[in-house]
Design a protein around this ligand. Structure first.
Ligand SMILES: CC(C)(COP(=O)(O)OP(=O)(O)OC[C@H]1O[C@@H](n2cnc3c(N)ncnc32)[C@H](O)[C@@H]1OP(=O)(O)O)[C@@H](O)C(=O)NCCC(=O)NCCS
Length: 164
């Protein structure tokens, strides 16, 4: 099984939104309009939109924000795979982290996860992510660069290196 990331193209929008809006996924992730996806696909405001490919076929997607301007590393806004429990999500996030840490001035990759989402937390911990509760001062910076956690969610961060 070969998992890789490739830049999302406008023609992928149907695949992305069908997955995002699917009943199996709605409880775990936020919902974007097509316009928000197209904006990220175009790279506006430091946003990145990636298709997760498994053996050269679309298998999911990942959205990230480049927060280096605020000294807040890279933020993984959304990760979603269609065929769950086969290692695709772990491989995709590992690949994203490798890319992010390969960039200048990226010392952390972080994300926000629902406390109820044990499967996602397992994936993140397996890669070395830990719960991150910044100081009030840092919190303001992180919130402004990306967004604050919603109720029932918390930040996790991978600082500096991948575990696996
Ligand atoms: C979260 C998600 C991206 C992970 O991708 P995936 O391909 O399913 O994950 P993997 O197969 O790589 O790994 C799943 C891990 O969780 C474990 N797991 C599965 N169900 C679990 C559960 N209910 N509770 C705890 N752990 C669970 C698996 O055993 C595996 O861990 P292991 O490798 O130590 O055995 C994917 O499940 C998904 O798209 N979920 C819906 C959207 C979502 O939750 N996105 C993240 C929002 S923060």
């Amino acid at each position: 099984m070969e998992v890789r990331l490739r830049a999302t193209r406008p023609a992928d929008i149907g695949f992305v939104t069908a997955l995002e809006r699917h009943a199996d996924n709605r409880e775990f992730i936020g919902q974007w309009s097509d316009a928000e996806h197209f904006s990220a696909i175009a790279g506006e405001r430091g946003r990145e939109h990636w298709i997760v490919e498994c053996d050269a076929a679309p298998a999911g997607y990942l959205i990230a924000y480049d927060c280096r301007a605020a000294d807040a590393g890279c933020y993984v806004k959304r990760l979603l795979v269609a065929d769950k429990g086969r290692g695709i999500g772990t491989a995709a996030l590992r690949e994203y982290c490798r890319r992010a840490f390969g960039r200048e001035s990226v010392s952390s990759v972080w994300l926000i996860v629902l406390a109820s989402n044990a499967r996602a937390q397992r994936v993140y911990r397996n890669l070395g992510f830990e719960r991150y509760d910044p100081s009030p001062e840092d919190e303001k910076r992180y919130d402004a660069a990306a967004e604050p956690p919603i109720a029932g969610a918390f930040r996790m961060r991978l600082a500096g290196r991948l575990l696996a």
